[in-house]
Design a protein around this ligand. Structure first.
Ligand SMILES: Nc1nc2c(ncn2[C@@H]2O[C@H](COP(=O)(O)OP(=O)(O)OP(=O)(O)O)[C@@H](O)[C@H]2O)c(=O)[nH]1
Ligand SMILES: [Mg+2]
Length: 442
């Protein structure tokens, strides 16, 4: 997801960063390119206009131009503006009390309502709730069965008895009351187009049951159509938020980037695959990081936190601050990274490594790096300055690598250390560097 825009913005920023000093003209040029990249990603043109104006206002200021790393500062501004455009992270589902919490999923045909209903059930169940799925799509004969089967996969019951939607939902609410379900998730019928009949049916359900949340389920791949549909549903029915599906197949991301700004409605979840666990809560800041190639560090950190204990992370943080980060620590980091799962995936998510030129992020390379460090004595790992020519040759032999590789690693290590220090100078406003440190990943 967001591959296209991510690549484009990456190129623009690389050029900016490569410049060192920036003039207003450089920034204007970059803004023009960013504007084009956003339009190509199918972002609503009004949103693009406002976005560019926001970035310009903040990036052309003297403080940015005079800062140590103006390119980096511009990226930071763009990151913050992207986050703002997509809105703040809302509470995904407000649980009503007394319950049950009624959530209605609405939308056009094929948007992913039925799948999402089951996914949402899975999500709430994993949070300790007891959801009941309800099939009110009486039009499509297979609809009830589809929901029942999806629910069964996860041990989620589906309520399907009744002839018309109101009738079915009444039964479901009774069932929830008597059996202690605290969330009732309603799958509704879809239509090819928004029509009177569909809206009347949904309005009637809304009037009778007063759901806590009415969520529009929309297909991200339809781009601005998804945004238009959200506007129409908001006008006709009133919605509380949007679940954007099929983001895994949407390289452009126009809907995700425009929806909040155009409709004022938050994106609450994103669907990122066909499996039931492929539903994520929507975090604008994380998405912005993903788009800007900063890596979805928060997600990574969450993953890392399960493996790297806080204590050690703090210790490491102290070392980095005191600039006593050694190859020994680096080796521990490599081990931690390897424990996290696919190295490819992790490195792609980790900005420090993705900008680490000369080391393609592959398991093979990481293994070689590890072998090199393992061939050093403890003293050498702690104090790489003593690594003269003969020691380096010995290490290359011992690790089955070449002198060139050993030299490259030592050079890169120096770069990483420098980068860490730069991040620190950037201060707390670099959320990703903070989080990287928190996760103890570099
Ligand atoms: N790749 C991907 N596919 C999805 C996602 N969400 C749903 N799908 C697929 O989209 C197709 C349609 O999904 P449904 O849940 O049946 O859509 P619906 O809105 O209930 O459709 P109708 O009931 O006909 O209105 C199915 O093949 C789903 O597997 C997603 O996030 N990613
Ligand atoms: Mg359906």
């Amino acid at each position: 997801m967001f591959e296209a825009i991510s690549v484009r913005l990456g190129q623009i920023f690389k050029r900016l960063r490569g410049r060192g000093k920036l003039t207003e003209r450089n920034i204007e040029e970059a803004l023009r390119e960013i504007r084009l990249a956003l339009l190509e990603a199918d972002v609503n043109y009004k949103v693009v206009k406002k976005f560019i104006a926001g970035v310009r206002e903040r990036a052309v200021g003297k403080a940015v131009l005079k800062s140590l790393a103006p390119g980096q500062q511009v990226v930071k501004v763009v990151h913050e503006e992207l986050t703002r455009t997509m809105g703040s992270g809302d509470e995904p589902i407000k649980m009503t009390s007394p319950g049950p919490t009624l959530v209605m999923l609405v939308g056009l045909q094929g948007g992913g309502k039925t799948t999402t209903c089951a996914k949402l059930g899975w999500y709430l169940k994993s949070k300790g709730h007891r959801p009941l799925l309800v099939a009110t799509d009486t039009r499509r004969p297979a609809a009830k069965r589809q929901l029942t089967i999806l629910g069964e996969e996860q041990g989620l019951p589906a309520f399907i008895q009744g002839e018309d939607p109101i009738d079915i939902l009444q039964g479901a609410m009774r069932e929830a009351g008597s059996k202690g379900f605290d969330a009732v998730l309603v799958d509704t019928a879809g239509r090819l187009h928004i029509d009177e009949e569909l809206m009347e049916e949904l309005k009637e359900m809304k009037r009778v049951f007063q759901p806590g949340e009415i969520l529009l389920v929309a297909d991200a791949m339809t781009g601005q159509d998804a945004v238009n549909i959200a506007e129409r549903f908001e006008e006709a029915l009133g919605i509380d938020g949007v679940i954007l599906t099929k983001l895994d197949s949407d390289a452009r991301g126009g809907a995700a980037l425009s929806l909040r700004a155009v409709t004022g409605k938050p994106i609450k979840f994103i669907g990122v695959g066909e499996k039931l666990d492929a539903l994520e809560t929507f975090h604008p800041e994380r998405i912005a990081s993903r788009i800007l190639g900063m890596g979805d560090v928060l997600t990574l950190v969450e993953k890392a936190e399960r493996l790297i204990d806080e204590e050690r992370a703090r210790e490491l943080e102290k070392k980095i601050l005191k600039e006593t980060f050694t190859l020994e620590d680096f080796l521990l980091q490599i081990e931690a990274i390897k424990r996290l799962g696919s190295v490819q995936e992790i490195l792609a998510l980790t900005p420090a490594f993705s900008s680490w030129k000369g080391l393609p992020p592959s398991d093979e390379h990481l293994n070689r790096t590890e072998a090199i460090i393992r061939s050093m004595t403890k003293e050498e790992r702690t104090n790489p300055d003593i690594l003269n020519g003969s020691r380096r040759t010995r290490i290359a032999k011992g690790s089955g690598t070449t002198l060139e590789e050993v030299n490259r690693l030592l050079k890169q290590f120096g770069q990483v250390k420098r980068m860490i220090r730069e991040m620190h100078r950037g201060g707390k406003r670099f959320p990703w560097s903070m989080n990287l440190r928190k996760g103890g990943l570099i």
